[in-house]
Design a protein around this ligand. Structure first.
Ligand SMILES: *Cc1c(COP(=O)(O)O)cnc(C)c1O
Length: 374
């Protein structure tokens, strides 16, 4: 790690300066893409499943932004999540939100049903009650804000509680990005990201990354990556690091645009409800401001499920596609998936607000709502 964080530099500066080759005459300013499966014996790495110099540059940058001892990249966000769940001993208790990212939920339920773990669910939010569930638990899973309901939890309080019970706390911080939130500095043991989303930021690769403060924990997680082989390509790590360089300016624009869209949606006569942690009356507003930032994902409900679906198909600047966190704005009705939680409002539309012009985005969305909802 560079010592920039020790010098108190701001995240936007560190996102640009970390993960660079040593400054020597003639050395490249950016890390090379090292395409090699094996290495001359006697050094590190010896083999490409253990490590890669291009991964290291990306991992150094994420560790720096998260205030971690180290970071590890994975083939996808879900691979990083699975590496964390792999740490739970057979039959161990995992306490997790009832409405997390759909595939996190699917994986937890699969492990629970198969007898590999015991799953105890809690309702995420500022008053999340985990006291009883944590008894004898090994791992507390936190997602804040949650995908797609945007529930914001008190990571500091949850992590303190888990620690007192001897459980590890892992936080899926994908919706915040390392620009808005640093869960490790608030007491979490592990922070996980789908780097596919804001970190890489251009919807052109899949990647996961996790970071931790404890060296033994990192070593155990690294061993999981060696064992399950969920490694990313050096090219993708290089692209993701390129994404980190602009994370701060992208996030600032994402957040500013989300505020415009959320506020105008709220004024729209055909819109029934808007979810956005930036609203003063959102239950997680104070926590969001204190921790995760107001969030660049916006949820809203308008019309019947069929009309909501029609809105998603009627926009032209907003691309009707899943995923979040890229420069382009995306729109999707989550309940169209059979695997999503049955509790999701059927007309709920999730917006991943991109970095285009806010007025252009609004006119496109406003027109689609007007055409599709009578
Ligand atoms: C997308 C997402 C994931 C999964 O990441 P992949 O890179 O698609 O495997 C996990 N958590 C959250 C909150 C996500 O949005």
């Amino acid at each position: 790690m560079t010592d920039d964080s020790a010098r108190g530099l701001a995240p936007s500066t560190r996102a640009v300066t970390t993960g660079r080759p040593a400054a020597e005459p003639g050395a490249p300013v950016n890390p090379p893409i090292v395409m090699s499966s094996t290495y001359h014996a006697g050094g590190a790495p010896e083999y490409g499943r253990e490590g890669n110099p291009t991964w290291w540059a990306f991992e150094e940058a994420v560790a720096d932004l998260e205030g971690a001892a180290g970071a590890l990249c994975f083939a996808s966000g879900i691979a990083a999540i699975d590496a964390v769940l792999d740490l739970v001993p057979a039959g161990g208790v995992v306490v997790a939100p009832a409405h997390p990212y759909s595939n996190t939920r699917a994986r937890l339920h699969e492990l629970h049903t198969g007898g590999r773990i015991v799953l105890r669910e809690y309702v995420a939010g500022p008053d999340a009650d985990i006291a009883e569930a944590l008894e004898g638990a090994h791992l507390l899973w936190v997602e804040s804000p949650t995908n797609p309901l945007l529930q914001v939890s008190d990571v500091v309080a949850l992590a303190r509680h888990a620690k007192a019970c001897g459980a590890l706390t892992a936080v899926d911080s994908t919706f915040s990005s390392p620009y808005c939130a640093q869960p490790l500095t608030w007491g979490a043991d592990i922070v996980v990201h789908s780097a596919t989303k804001y970190i890489a930021g251009h919807s052109d690769l899949l990647m996961g990354v996790l970071a931790a403060k404890d060296a033994d924990l990192l070593a155990a997680l690294k061993f999981r990556r060696v064992m399950n082989g969920s490694v990313s390509s050096p090219f993708e790590a290089w692209l993701a690091l390129r994404g980190v360089r602009t994370l701060a300016v992208r996030m600032e624009r994402h957040l500013a645009n989300a505020a415009v869209i959320a506020e105008r949606l709220r004024e729209h006569p055909k819109v029934d409800s808007v979810r956005w942690p930036g609203f003063a009356d959102h239950p997680g507003h104070a926590l969001a401001l204190a921790t995760t930032g107001p969030c660049a994902i916006v949820g809203f409900e308008a019309g019947t499920p069929e009309q909501a679906e029609a809105i998603c198909q009627a926009t032209t600047l907003w691309t009707h596609a899943t995923s979040i966190g890229g420069v382009e704005s995306l729109i999707e009705r989550r309940a169209r998936y059979a695997f999503e939680h049955p509790d999701l409002p059927p007309s709920l539309i999730r917006l991943s607000v991109g970095i285009e012009d806010a007025d252009d985005l609004w006119h496109d969305l406003d027109g689609a709502i007007d055409r599709c909802v009578p």
